[in-house]
Design a protein around this ligand. Structure first.
Ligand code: PGA
Length: 234
């Protein structure tokens, strides 16, 4: 049975109080046993990682934590950045190259790859977001040419077409599956997720596809009951 990855990307949302509320409500929602075989990773803002870690442990929730970004550099004079060595005390995963970072913060393929290196060398699992196949080719080429060789066995690649992000218009499961198949041809050891307007209503149609290993959920992950339903339906 394949492991299903369900990732909540909260983006730049939620205050301290709202984080408390989300975790309290999700702990009350039923369906703990439906979480078996599912790897659920919650990605709050950096500010709320410690708070989430404490509440997840207090409530005994089966969630891992991920960050939404990582510095392309190791420790040093990089004002405002949070590096991999710092992150590894708090999270197991990190989202890299989300299209919002590529578009609003000028992240190039080169910067994305530098972040992938920082994540892997700090034993963090990268969740690399791509919105087209060219970004996959670029990443594969950079990984292949890099010395010393990077361990990419657990790489998660999230295919997120731009039109589908936050629009309510998800890609078709068949198309997402085709993309996932192409990605796996290039990176046979990767796990491929679909992201873009995933809801409790459509999650199963993606999970049922043979080449899709999970989903990256933005807007619908902000509501605890909806997210809980996504986990149950996946
Ligand atoms: P969405 O966002 O689920 O709100 O479309 C997905 C994402 O941007 O990761």
């Amino acid at each position: 049975m394949k492991t299903i990855y369900i990732i909540a990307n909260w983006k730049s949302n939620k205050t301290k109080g709202e984080v408390d509320q989300w975790l309290t409500e999700i702990a009350k929602s039923k369906g703990q046993k439906e979480k078996i075989g599912k790897e659920i990773i919650v990605c709050p803002s950096f500010l709320h990682l410690s708070q989430c870690k404490q509440l997840i442990s207090e409530q005994n929730l089966p969630f891992k934590l991920g960050a939404q970004n990582i510095s392309p550099f190791s420790a040093g004079a990089y004002t405002g950045e949070i590096n991999g060595e710092q992150l590894k005390d708090h999270v197991s995963h990190v989202i890299i190259g989300h299209s919002e970072r590529r578009n609003h913060f000028g992240e190039s393929n080169e910067i994305v790859f530098k972040k992938v290196i920082q994540a892997i060398t700090n034993n963090l699992t990268p969740i690399v977001c791509v919105s087209n196949i060219d970004q996959v080719h670029d990443l594969t080429e950079r990984i292949e040419n890099y010395e010393p060789k990077l361990t990419t066995a657990n790489l998660l690649i999230a295919y997120e077409p731009l039109f589908a992000i936050g629009s309510g218009q998800a890609d078709s499961p068949e198309n997402a599956n085709n993309l996932a198949q192409t990605i796996k041809k290039e990176m046979p050891s990767s796990f491929v997720l679909y992201g873009g307007s995933v809801t409790s209503q459509n999650v199963k149609t993606f999970i049922d596809q043979p080449y899709i290993d999970g989903v990256l959920v933005g807007g619908a992950s902000l509501k605890p009951l909806e997210f809980s339903q996504i986990v149950q339906n996946a």
